[in-house]
Design a protein around this ligand. Structure first.
Ligand SMILES: [Zn+2]
Length: 552
């Protein structure tokens, strides 16, 4: 990026007391400058990054892309010596980590914390760059960030700052539900520029939680979709996160725990994590066979405390990754190899989930704030319709609860050799390629025994993210079919083979659920009347022997 006027202005207007020349010229974040009364605009993020680069920090600043409202999505590569491509990073033996702030525009502390971490990479923490290349999108949802309004409007359960942005992006999409359908410019840019290009070994997604009132400064989650290659996810869940929890307690006296909520805060019965769907960023990364961590600072802690704990969590994640870089690399290489062998039928093809249920790791103490029903005479305790709103008491108590931190399958389908898509489904083939998936196209017809779904289809009455989701059930039939020339074939014998299943298996939570195949389902006026239709996605029992080409 060129040195801009805003960068020079930021440089000239900041000073840090004490320290040497570098300390005097390193910028402060908007949060630091205002005593945590405010959070950075996207332009202030850009100015901070320019100043940091001008001051000699080991960073290169560019843009992932542009938002719907025309704002730059800033993207930073921190490396020493500088690398500009994943090939150079691999040649230097560096592990690539991706940190993402502000996917939900009102959840602002991740953005401030990653900026502080980038500044420390210019000084005390520069050694991390001996092992790591650190990619950062500090303000991923720039449109949401800059839609400032009082927190009472945008984040009613949050303890400062007073003005924050709103959750969705400029298209009114929740970016943390967009990872499969990739409708948002932010998602499309990050798939192309981060995941397909850099293939980060570990991704960290920074949020704020306003769910159940608990006794932790931050809660976290590994990828939750059990369909992902198990090695990387189990490493995060069973080794990395417990070690980080201990480090945060021992070194910083910050209590952190698994993300969760209780059903009934007056009588908590279990501590339950969130949905395992790959529409969410960290679950999506798990399906790709890479490591990911969801970080949720506690919205009832004050802003400065939330920035601090998010910062400390990030620093220790980076320390851990640097220390275990070889093991992380080995686990991910093995996941790629195993997934490819499974798809090729050279290793046992797994049965993968199309529906899920919660699983427990056992009963543990979980610290919650004691909640009480309001006094029946209290006006404050009643909300619309007379429903009682619970009141926090300020008292923390450890409840012994099942910690439901994982999902297991409740209905499975075997991984097929691949999927056939109709010749006209070029848009879906293009979307799969945006995910980094290899798609072939038959150049001649091919007859084989395949699996087709005689589907019963209905649409959810309620709209969600601009879609009426499709509910698909039915009966699988094994029968010969002739696939015409032009048919797309998506093999599962590739490192992203389990992501292929998750996107294309009709009964699961993939693209079909988002309506990607609706136009193939019947007449001009839809299938109507609940009649059965043959679903246009066909499961292959073996790869086609017909001639095919790989480019669209
Ligand atoms: Zn969030």
């Amino acid at each position: 990026m060129t040195v801009s006027l805003r960068g020079l202005l930021a440089l000239l207007t900041v000073t840090a007391p004490g320290g040497g020349l570098a300390a005097q010229t390193l910028p402060q974040t908007a949060a630091e400058r205002t005593g945590y009364a405010s959070t950075s605009t996207n332009a202030e993020v850009g100015a901070f990054l320019d100043s940091l680069q001008l001051a000699g920090a080991p960073i290169a600043v560019s843009e992932l892309g542009t938002t719907a409202l025309g704002k730059p999505i800033y993207f930073v590569i921190a490396s020493d010596p500088a690398v500009t491509s994943p090939g150079e990073a691999a040649a230097a033996g560096k592990l690539v980590i991706y940190l993402q702030g502000n996917i939900h525009g009102g959840e602002v502390e991740g953005k401030e914390a990653v900026l502080a971490v980038l500044r420390e990479l210019a000084g005390a923490r520069r050694d991390l760059l001996q092992k790591l290349v650190i990619l950062v999108a500090p303000d991923y949802n720039a449109d949401g960030n800059d839609a400032f309004d009082p927190q009472a409007t945008n984040r009613s359960e949050q303890n400062g700052p007073e003005l924050v942005g709103r959750r969705p992006d400029g298209l009114n999409l929740d970016l943390n539900r967009d990872y499969f359908k990739a409708e948002a410019p932010e998602t499309r840019a990050s798939l192309a520029r981060v995941y397909d290009t850099w293939d980060p070994a570990l991704m960290v997604d920074l949020h704020t939680t306003d769910g159940t009132r608990h006794g932790y400064l931050l809660t976290y989650s590994p990828p939750l979709d059990p369909n992902g290659p198990p090695g990387p996810t189990l490493f995060v869940r069973d080794q990395m996160l417990p070690a980080l929890r201990k480090t945060l307690q021992d070194k910083y006296h910050e209590a952190i725990f698994d993300y969760g909520n209780v059903d009934n805060p007056v009588e908590p019965r279990s501590w339950d994590t969130y949905a395992p769907l790959g529409w969410y960023g960290t679950n999506y990364v798990g399906l790709r066979g890479r490591m990911a961590i969801l970080s949720e600072a506690y919205s009832h802690a004050d802003f400065k405390t939330r920035v601090q704990v998010t910062h400390d969590f990030l620093v220790e994640i980076l320390n851990y990754a640097a220390l275990h870089a070889d093991e992380i690399r080995r686990l991910e290489r093995e996941a790629d190899r195993q997934t490819t062998l499974e798809g090729a039928g050279l290793a046992l093809r797994p049965a993968l989930a199309v529906t899920y249920k919660l699983g427990s790791r056992g009963v543990e103490p979980v610290v919650l704030e004691v909640m009480k029903p309001p006094d029946s005479t209290s006006v404050r305790g009643r909300v619309g319709g007379g429903r009682q709103q619970l009141l926090p008491t300020g008292e923390l108590r450890a409840y012994r609860l099942p910690v439901n931190d994982r999902f297991v399958d409740s209905l499975t389908r075997p991984l097929p050799a691949g999927y056939y898509l109709p010749p006209a489904a070029g848009e879906i083939a293009a979307l799969l390629r945006l995910h980094g998936i290899h798609v072939q196209r038959l150049t001649a017809e091919w007859t084989d025994t395949v699996e087709t779904l005689v589907a019963q289809i209905s649409w959810a009455p309620r709209e969600f993210q601009g879609h009426h989701q499709v509910i698909i059930g039915g009966t699988w039939v094994t029968a010969p079919r002739t696939l015409p020339g032009g048919t797309h074939f998506v093999s599962t014998a590739q490192p992203l083979g389990r992501l292929v299943f998750s996107l294309l298996e009709p009964e699961g939570n993939g693209l079909a659920r988002w309506g990607a195949f609706d136009r193939y389902l019947g007449t001009e006026f839809g299938p109507g009347g609940g009649a059965a239709v043959e679903f246009p996605v066909v499961r292959a029992r073996r790869a086609p022997r017909a001639p095919a080409r790989s480019r669209p």
